[in-house]
Design a protein around this ligand. Structure first.
Ligand code: CA2
Length: 145
């Protein structure tokens, strides 16, 4: 069976490759998502990618994914640490969601140590830069079988 995966990126991730390269690397989000789509295709899966800076748009994307996606790779950005609305959307979707971070949030400021989403996600990947997304796709595909 072909799996369809939504890769959803939250606020400020559109700035990747343009600011703070020491923290987030020098590649753009488009670079990473392009390589990730090819990686998924080699494994028989198809990807759709979406980025938004708006919490409500991210909720809408999760709700829409319920009608077509087998699972979601989700980097909620800073909303990870604040958003009950995104937690409720993930829980309500009943889709397997992999929370994904470029950085190791536990090695950073204390306010990043809490995730409101982890408890309703299938799993969490972080700290591997761009590779976090590939590991998340791997984990999701292994889960889906
Ligand atoms: O490590 C991650 O992937 C984060 O989700 C990134 C978020 C941060 O708030 C989370 O705690 C961890 C921030 C994304 C901001 O991305 C930028 C990229 C380039 C320049 C400025 C911001």
């Amino acid at each position: 069976m072909t799996h369809s995966i939504l890769v959803l990126n939250g606020p400020n991730l559109n700035l990747l490759g343009t600011r703070e390269p020491d923290v987030y690397g020098s590649e753009t989000l488009a670079d990473i998502m392009g390589d990730l789509a090819a990686y998924a295709e080699e494994r028989g899966a198809s990807l759709r990618t979406q980025q938004s800076n708006s919490e409500g748009d991210l909720v809408d994307a999760i709700q829409e994914a319920m009608s077509w996606a087998s699972g979601i790779v989700f980097n909620p950005g800073a909303y990870t640490h604040t958003s009950v609305a995104l937690r409720d959307a993930v829980a309500g979707s009943a889709l397997p969601v992999v929370e994904t971070h470029l950085s190791n949030v536990h090695a950073r400021e204390e306010f990043r140590h809490t995730s409101l989403l982890s408890g309703v996600c299938l799993g969490v990947v972080g700290g591997f830069g761009r590779h976090s997304y590939f590991l998340a796709v791997d984990g999701l595909l292994r889960h889906l079988g």
